[in-house]
Design a protein. Sequence first.
Length: 149
Amino acid sequence: MQNPFDDTYFMKRALQEAEMAFEKGEVPVGAVVVCKDKIIARAHNLTETLNDVTAHAEMQAFTSAADFLGGKYLMDCTLYVTLEPCQMCAGASYWTQIGKIVFGASDEQRGYEKLKTTLHPKTEVVRGVLAEDCSKIMKRFFIEKRNLN
């Protein structure tokens, strides 16, 4: 029997978080952290809301997941995020020792791969899950932002 809780399923949950960010006027990045096929953390960008440059979706999700688990290490967890993590979030993922990162759209300018940021050596990475959907919401956000100015 096929597991209905695959990377696509969880990326769709991350996209729901990105939509929530979009509605708040935040850059629409969403994230969920999954442990044993259960979402233990949901988050989206809150940098504008909190006036905090570190309030990225991934950072919020890491904090929430660690709180849920009662410990700072996320070795048995997977981060699903709609945009490739930046250098800061990749660095934080290193310290959480997260087991797997799955991202949708690549970030050609600020993504951790472009900036050669190192992830934890045991972290598995899956790229491009629902990349087109993840990219569309970002493009829609910035088009609307430009049209308002």
